[in-house]
Design a protein. Structure first.
Lengths: 112, 115
């Protein structure tokens, strides 16, 4: 069966520090991968998606970037965090077509 | 552009009451998919159901039921005999066939079930 792992679960970082969140998927090949952000008390905003290695599409211009160095690995990064980057970050994978997305447990990021 | 609206930001009920969560969507595509997800306090998003635009049959799964009405662009979710464990944020989402499985989420409805 497929599983998705996301870490760390929580992170507190000072403004201006770098960020790296990692997400890996097991049990499937060539998944579509997604990063979503959920600000406190708000809905989910799609940040990045990837349909293959090295292929990244950005939905929202921001301080963040994403990379997909391997088929089942998706990384969310920032060179310098802003206070507004605080939130709950969720990685997800999906199969072909309009199959449901399956989400990781999320990373709660607090930028201080 | 696609859009999903969940007008109820927060609902509070007492255990065993029935509760309906509303979802209204906008899309220009004729082929699209609707989803409901549950986000318990632990944070992960749990997939509940997917419906395609050509299937307007209502669905029942245990205490959960979904009413899809294209005429009103709504995909409402009813929990019968609610339980404390149903307390969560519930998200409705839409994907257009042309967009693969990129979901547009509604703002979510926080359901609180009190004992």
């Amino acid at each position: 069966s497929q599983t998705i792992h996301q870490w760390p679960a929580t992170l507190v970082q000072p403004v201006g520090s770098p960020l790296s969140l990692e997400c890996t998927v097991e049990g499937t090949s060539n998944p579509n991968l997604y990063w979503y952000r959920q600000a406190a008390g708000r809905g989910l905003q799609l940040l990045f998606y990837s349909v293959g290695i090295g292929q990244i599409s950005s939905e929202v211009p921001q301080n963040l970037s994403a990379s997909r160095p391997q088929d089942r690995q998706f990384i969310l990064s920032s060179k310098k965090l802003l206070l507004s980057d605080s939130g709950f970050y969720l990685c997800a994978w999906g199969g072909d077509g309009n199959s449901p997305l399956h989400f990781g447990n999320g990373t709660r990021l607090t930028v201080t | 552009a696609q859009k999903v609206t969940q007008a109820q930001t927060e609902i509070s009920v007492v255990e065993k009451e029935d509760v309906t969560l509303d979802c209204v969507y906008e899309t220009r595509d004729t082929t699209y998919y609707l989803f409901w997800y549950k986000q318990p306090p632990s944070g992960e998003l749990v997939f509940l159901i997917r419906r395609n635009s050509f299937d307007e049959q209502n669905e029942i799964s245990g205490r959960y039921s979904w009413n899809f009405q294209k005429s009103t662009s709504s995909f409402n979710f009813t929990i019968t005999a609610s339980q404390v464990v149903d307390s969560a944020v519930y998200f409705c989402a839409l994907s257009e066939a042309s967009a693969g499985n990129m979901l547009t989420f509604g703002g979510g409805t926080r359901l609180m079930v009190k004992p």
